[in-house]
Design a protein around this ligand. Structure first.
Ligand SMILES: C[S@@+](CC[C@H](N)C(=O)[O-])C[C@H]1O[C@@H](n2cnc3c(N)ncnc32)[C@H](O)[C@@H]1O
Length: 272
């Protein structure tokens, strides 16, 4: 049975919309990664924790009609949206499986590419997911992670509501057992797992000016985590409402800027 409580940001329409936007904003960076990996027609690829969309369309186009793609997603609502996305986009070589990758029955050593994006930073046991990904890869296949280190999220000019709420997000993240800076550990973990040819690229943080679709993402994070923050005594409900309005006003100021977290793309070959 999928355990949805293990995904820090939970699921609600705003989170689903955030994930769909993320796929559009990150499509170019993900395409770059797939080009580096050299995904070939006929490959069997899996997008672990694909959410409502992930990179299913990018993989589908690259592996072509002779290849196949699995979108593996533990959250039934995200999986339903992924099925809908594939149907609407006519991605006929993609199958969605609703399962937790750490207990999924997908055959071991059956994929040429095992990919995840923005999953490991959001879960209490990223190492277990990485281990499951390694199991799914054929010997010599590529395992690719594209994940986030939240340390570069800043605003300018500085703003007390941003500082407070960003600090509470990171604290709530830790309390749920997840590591907000996990991505920086990936390169070392892959080397220790004796991967061959471990490669890394840092994605430039996004510059969120007033027109950027993800500028208000920090408020979506707060919405997703606020119940837990209040229940855990990090802040009162009344104070949270006050700080959220102050942050909203700050982000509506066209002269204020925001910078996203830092993306790490780390990929390597499983030893043969
Ligand atoms: C931040 S979302 C990223 C979605 C997508 N990869 C993207 O880049 O847009 C993380 C997704 O991973 C899923 N997830 C978390 N742990 C998982 C697990 N153990 N097995 C399968 N899916 C998982 C969550 O349900 C969520 O949909």
């Amino acid at each position: 049975m999928p355990d949805e409580s293990r995904y820090v940001l939970g699921t609600n329409p705003a989170e689903q919309q955030r994930l769909r936007e993320q796929s559009l904003v990150w499509a170019q960076e993900s395409s770059w990664l797939l080009d580096q990996i050299g995904v070939q027609p006929g490959w069997r690829a899996i997008d672990v924790g694909c959410g409502p969309r992930g990179i299913l369309d990018l993989l589908s186009a690259r592996v072509g009609p002779t290849g196949s793609v699995v979108g593996l997603e533990q959250n039934p609502e995200h999986a339903r949206l992924a099925v809908e996305f594939c149907r609407q986009s006519r991605l006929e070589n993609v199958t969605i499986i609703t399962a937790d990758v750490t207990s999924a029955e997908a055959a071991s050593e059956s994929f040429d590419l095992v990919h995840e994006r923005a999953v490991l930073v959001n879960v209490p046991d990223p190492r277990a997911i990485l281990k499951a990904m390694i199991r799914l890869a054929k010997p010599g296949a590529v395992v690719a992670c594209d994940d986030i280190d939240q340390s570069t999220r800043i605003t300018e000019p500085s703003n007390p509501a941003w500082d407070l709420l960003n600090g509470l997000i990171l604290e709530q993240w830790r309390r749920s057992g997840a590591d907000p800076f996990f991505a920086r550990r990936l390169w070392g973990l892959m080397r220790q797992a004796e991967f061959e040819d471990v490669r890394v690229r840092l994605r430039a943080p996004e510059f969120w000016d007033i027109d950027h679709p993800r500028r208000f993402q920090i408020l979506t994070f707060v919405d997703n985590l606020q119940e837990a923050m209040v229940a855990g005594g990090l802040i009162t409900h009344q104070e949270l409402v006050r700080q959220k309005s102050a942050l909203q006003r700050h982000l509506e100021d066209p002269d204020a800027i925001a910078i996203s977290g830092l993306g790490y793309q780390v990929w390597a070959r499983k030893p043969t």
